[in-house]
Design a protein around this ligand. Structure first.
Ligand SMILES: O=C(O)c1cc(C(=O)O)c2c(n1)C(=O)C(=O)c1cc(C(=O)O)[nH]c1-2
Ligand SMILES: [Ca+2]
Length: 711
């Protein structure tokens, strides 16, 4: 094995019910995002194992051609790798060599780059019966010929293009349909209205659509499930508050129950007082839904966070398993939800089997097993005073996949043990009252870069870091990998993966080689023993890893592959953290493949240290600069940090960019580069003020640079 290259398959993308059902008997393939129909992110392959993994090294790399967040896990079928990247680009590679077979560009309209809350990411493709399915950021779903990458059909999944919808999640094949959701529940004044759609696999014809929240009060309910949902929202809700509950990540089709499990996002807006008197649980926001893919009808729902106002999306990957519960095997669906609880639900009935915190939680005491509802604490109420709440809006766990190893019976969770300070900006005395992506509420991460004094002018009085540190014994901020027993709901082993500041560490793979593999923001790929957690191997890649690794074999040789690139929600928080590999190296998006007896992993070029160019002269008043700071925070800070990021550092604009500033921001002349027009949200005077603020920032940076050079 390993000598003569394997021939490419006669039939590309040849996955169907039979092969997927027997996925364990073809361990060389990785058929779905999570490999199998259960979305375990676990592989039976064991040539790379706890005895041999010391020999793991570089096999090949592939340049994805972009510099943004990478969140997809590749699929491999019969020696061909399929995956997606920035905005819904699709790639097919020879999985043995990394040589490109084809590439698909969805050719999205420039304006679409503006809609996603958290970078123009994409979480993967589905491969089925000769086709590759992907949702591009503008909300179209595309069916491609797996052999050539040519588009066979595409459908616009967006019901209303005036709302800030986007698509970032991977589609799932469920019996005879391809199911896709969308994102947007955190955007603009009132979010979007969530739904999922089922399309015919061959024709792209819409077969059904399930809305996850009711329409505006008084409007016709599209399907019977919305009767219950409508009762849980107040009757006075204004139409601008679209409800949220977007299905932007976890979807799993279980052929055993013929149900597709779908997680829904936060309720919109975060400030539930805006919904008026009589508002209730806000169904089906922050819920796990089971939908019959043949009819689009709901079989059951379970709401994790009734009356959500913490952005506790319940969209994290849903894993199907048979667990021994009270001595009997139980067919369940599991989720490590953003809200910090690990849910085990009966897959047929949705009945709550157990729910326990897998990370430190202070917004709720526990989940009441009789009612299934969280017992909410006073710490969770930030309407009167800012509060430091665990977990943060980022979740105790978010989109990076966890893995379930049926051999150890353990789930391996990338845990974010990080709080955030929630503040009602309208009433806290700061100058900012609204931020796109947050409505009128903000969530700050009190990591080692946090300064209440720096935030005061914009957001009002916030607690000091010292006070927060005194409220919790142990570290304020860290990330962990936790081996979790989903039956006893207890930690079996753990390691800290980042400390002091969020590391944006990666998703998890486990294998029958007694291995657990996870990448980190630092660029290191860590290999642990699945049973004990012992560190067996680390490889320094020089690339920030957020996505989950996967494994496959071609020609008898086992490979581990992972997609690299910093981005996602991290870019909304601030500049690239110093701990990230992307702060030292170019944020080159790559697929890295490893094998036994491989070589040294090539690192990307060092990140160029761009100096501050001399700022242009400006006669702007202090008032204008201060107004520009507020407008920048409201509309620009979601994608642009004042510092190194995946988008340009606007304190370092060239003279040409300064000249074109208004044309870029108002008229979209840089649209093809991803900087779309904002003339519907910003007036010329706003743009002048923003420009004045940025020139002032540039001046400060430039002067500091001159002073440093003189020393
Ligand atoms: O409610 C939504 O519609 C929605 C969408 C998305 C998205 O599409 O990426 C995220 C979130 N919410 C969100 O709350 C969140 O923390 C988040 C992180 C990321 C990411 O890719 O890093 N996306 C999203
Ligand atoms: Ca959200």
């Amino acid at each position: 094995a390993g000598g003569v290259p394997a021939p490419l398959p006669q039939q590309a993308g040849n996955v169907g019910e039979d092969r997927l059902k027997q996925a364990d008997s073809e361990p060389q393939n990785w058929f779905t995002g999570g490999r199998d129909s259960r979305q375990t992110y676990h592989s039976p392959l064991a040539a790379i194992n706890d005895k041999t993994v010391g020999r793991l090294g570089f096999a090949w790399s592939y340049d994805l051609g972009t510099h943004r967040g990478q969140e997809a896990t590749p699929i491999v079928v019969d020696g061909v790798m399929y995956t997606s990247g920035y905005k819904g680009l699709v790639y097919a590679l020879n999985a043995e060599t990394g040589v490109e077979l084809w590439r698909f560009d969805p050719d999205v309209p420039d304006i679409a780059y503006r809609e996603p809350c958290c970078d123009t990411v994409n979480r993967g493709v589905a491969v089925w019966k000769g086709k590759v399915y992907v949702a591009s950021v503008d909300g179209r779903i595309h069916a491609l010929d797996a052999a050539t990458g040519k588009e066979i059909w595409s459908a616009d999944t967006i019901t209303d293009h005036r709302q800030p919808y986007s698509s970032t999640g991977a589609p799932v094949i469920a019996h005879d349909v391809v199911v896709i959701g969308n994102g947007g529940a955190d955007m603009e004044k009132g979010g979007v209205r969530g739904y999922v759609s089922g399309y015919d696999l061959d024709s792209g014809k819409l077969k059904w659509r399930f809305f996850t929240v009711p329409p505006a009060p008084g409007a016709r309910l599209e399907h019977p499930e919305l009767v219950v949902a409508a009762r849980s929202w107040g009757p006075h809700r204004a139409a601008v508050y679209a409800g949220g509950a977007t299905a932007w990540d976890g979807m799993t089709y279980d052929p055993e129950t013929n149900l597709v499990y779908i997680g829904t996002g936060n309720a919109a807006p975060y400030d539930l007082r805006k919904l008026g008197k009589g508002n209730g649980d806000d169904l089906f926001a922050c819920s796990i839904l089971a939908i019959d893919p043949d009819t689009g009808r709901m079989a059951w729902y379970y709401q994790t966070t009734p009356g959500d106002h913490w952005d506790f999306d319940a969209v994290q990957k849903l894993v199907v398993a048979d667990l021994p519960v009270a001595g009997k095997p139980r067919h369940v669906v599991m989720q490590a939800s953003k809200n910090g609880f690990f849910y085990v639900l009966d897959a047929r009935s949705g009945k709550l089997v157990s729910a326990d915190p897998y990370t430190y939680v202070n917004w709720a005491k526990a989940v009441d097993m009789k009612t299934g509802r969280p017992e909410i604490t006073t710490q969770a109420d930030y309407y009167k005073h800012p509060k430091n709440i665990y977990p943060s809006w980022s979740g105790g766990h978010t989109w990076p996949p966890m893995s379930f190893n049926p051999q150890t019976g353990l789930v391996y969770i990338p845990v974010i043990d990080v709080p955030n300070i929630w503040v009602d900006m309208e009433h806290n005395g700061g100058r900012v009252k609204y931020v796109n992506g947050f409505f009128s509420i903000e969530g700050f991460f009190p990591d080692e870069n946090y300064s209440a004094a720096d935030l005061k002018s914009l957001y009002g009085t916030l607690p000091e870091l010292k006070q927060l540190q005194s409220e919790r014994s142990g570290k304020l901020v860290r990330e962990l990998i936790r081996a979790w027993d989903p039956v006893s709901q207890k930690v079996v082993w753990e390691h800290e993966t980042s400390s002091g500041v969020r590391g944006y560490d990666g998703g998890v793979l486990s294998t029958n080689g007694n291995l657990v593999i996870q990448g980190r923001g630092s660029g290191q790929l860590f290999v642990y023993a699945a049973d004990t957690g012992r560190v067996l191997k680390t490889i320094d890649t020089g690339s920030h890893i957020m996505a989950a690794p996967m494994t496959y074999a071609v020609n008898g040789v086992q490979y581990v592959a992972v997609q690299t690139g910093y981005g996602g929600a991290a870019i909304t928080v601030g500049p690239i953290p110093a701990s990230s590999a992307a702060s030292r190296f170019d944020n080159e998006n790559r697929i890295l493949a490893f094998k036994l007896d491989g070589g040294e992993t090539p690192k990307p070029a060092p990140r160029p240290q761009e100096p501050f160019p001399a700022p242009p002269p400006s006669k702007a008043s202090l008032a204008s600069i201060r107004r520009g700071e507020v407008k920048f925070t409201e509309q620009c800070s979601r994608c642009h940090a004042l510092g190194p990021s995946v988008t340009p550092d606007l304190r370092k604009l060239s003279p040409q960019m300064h000249q074109a500033f208004e044309d870029i921001v108002l008229h979209g002349v840089a649209g093809p580069l991803g900087m779309e027009r904002f003339d519907d949200l910003l007036k010329p005077a706003d743009v002048k003020a923003i420009h004045a603020y940025l020139i002032d920032q540039q001046k400060q940076g430039y002067q500091a640079q001159l002073a440093a050079a003189r020393k």
